[in-house]
Design a protein around this ligand. Structure first.
Ligand SMILES: [Zn+2]
Ligand SMILES: [Zn+2]
Length: 390
């Protein structure tokens, strides 16, 4: 059996250079031209066939390495978008490089295995996450598993994230002078306020795992004019899609009630792409954890409760997926993501070590799946079962 617990030194150096290059060239979502191209070039150097502009996204790509006929298809997802002002404060220079590195390392160590190694470059995680579009448009239909890990300050197993939908309520009323013609007005702001009150009361009946939070985007223009237009935007979140849909229906009823009480007309729309909840494939996560330990990782904590939403959720509803966290910081450091301090840690030695350790562990996980149809069958059985209640 080949020892995959180390990268070859040239690949290790290439990956570190890629991460540092992306650090030096931070690009916002859908503008990651240099970063995406750097990933594509490196993958081509190591024998991958690359499709740029994948599914119509200029900074998306799909790279494939095929060996023989049949076998499993293992995919690694690469993000490389930066944040305004802080640049790579979320560490996507490391994140994407670990995925590309895992794919190359796996391709170099396939041995007798047949199958396909795929890297999907997914733009704009920080804004309108391309994974939503890619999952909806079939990017994962021919993929058996999807792996991605996020840089952080500890090793944490993949867990849950919340499903989210972004709802905009637009209330149309009728403007009138607030004193001299008040009986002729239809107050759109009243409809909006009643909606907030109704949702506030509804929260008493919601499970603690559901969240509804919103703002008034438009509440009129002058205090002496009855507002003919009011706009509210809400995020509705829940741990499962099933419950999310229930809560969403009740929140929409609150808006209908508010509109009816004020006599206003209501329009409902989704103002951003929603994310599905992340359903972690525990079998897949167990394999990665075993491989983490093989490359020397020790302090691994169980997944913590869901605290946000992410476009990886959509992927996890179309194929078995994981999204764990790994530390790129020295023991004792706990710099949070989206900060300059976190960004700087992506240049230090612990990040370089995390890069090769995680590329190796993720590649070894792919290899385990390619070498064992039984393991892949278990992963798929868990996925099918989980989708019944997702
Ligand atoms: Zn982020
Ligand atoms: Zn991130």
């Amino acid at each position: 059996m080949t020892d995959m617990t180390k990268l070859n030194p040239q690949l290790e150096q290439d990956l570190w250079d890629l991460s540092c290059y992306i650090y030096e060239n931070p690009e916002l979502g859908h503008e990651e031209f240099k970063s995406a191209e750097a990933h594509c070039k490196l993958l081509e150097k190591y024998g991958f066939t690359v499709e740029r502009n994948y599914l119509g996204l200029a900074t998306g790509f799909r790279a494939e390495y095929v060996k023989g006929a049949g076998g499993a298809t293992v995919s690694y997802l690469a993000e490389y978008d930066a944040l305004p002002k802080v640049g790579h404060g979320c560490g996507h220079n490391i994140l994407g490089t670990v995925s590309t590195g895992a794919a190359i390392h796996l391709a170099q160590n396939l041995g007798d295995s047949t199958g396909r190694v795929v890297v999907i470059g997914t733009p704009a995680e920080e804004t309108d996450g391309a994974k939503v579009k890619y999952a909806a448009e079939g990017a994962f239909d021919d993929v058996d598993v999807a792996l991605i890990g996020h840089p952080f300050y500890r090793y944490e197993r993949s867990g849950q994230s919340l499903a989210i939908r972004a709802l905009r309520f637009t209330f149309h009323g009728k403007a009138a002078h607030a004193v001299s013609a008040r009986e002729q007005g239809i107050n759109a702001l009243d409809a909006c306020i009643l909606t907030f009150n109704a949702i506030g009361l509804l929260r008493q009946q919601l499970l603690p795992s559901a969240y509804v939070h919103g703002i008034i985007k438009d509440g009129g223009t002058a205090a002496n004019t009855i507002p003919d237009l009011a706009v509210a935007e809400f995020y509705v979140r829940a741990e499962t899609l099933t419950y999310l849909n229930e809560v969403r229906a009740r929140v929409e009823e609150c808006a209908r009630g508010g509109a009816a009480a004020a006599g206003a007309r209501l329009e409902i729309e989704e103002f951003e792409a929603g994310n599905d909840n992340l359903v972690t494939n525990e079998t897949l996560m167990d394999i990665l954890e075993t491989n983490w330990r093989k490359v020397g990782i020790e302090n691994i904590i169980p997944a913590l409760p869901a605290a946000g939403s992410s476009d990886i959720g959509n992927v996890s509803h179309v194929c078995p997926a994981i999204h764990p966290y790994y530390s790129i910081q020295a023991p004792g450091e706990e710099y949070p993501t989206h900060t300059e301090e976190f960004r700087e840690t992506t240049l230090r030695e612990p990040a370089r070590q995390a890069l090769w350790q995680n590329a190796c562990a993720m590649a070894m996980t792919g290899k385990d799946i390619m070498d064992s149809p039984q393991l892949l069958a278990e992963i798929k059985a868990e996925f099918e079962k989980a989708m019944e209640t997702a």
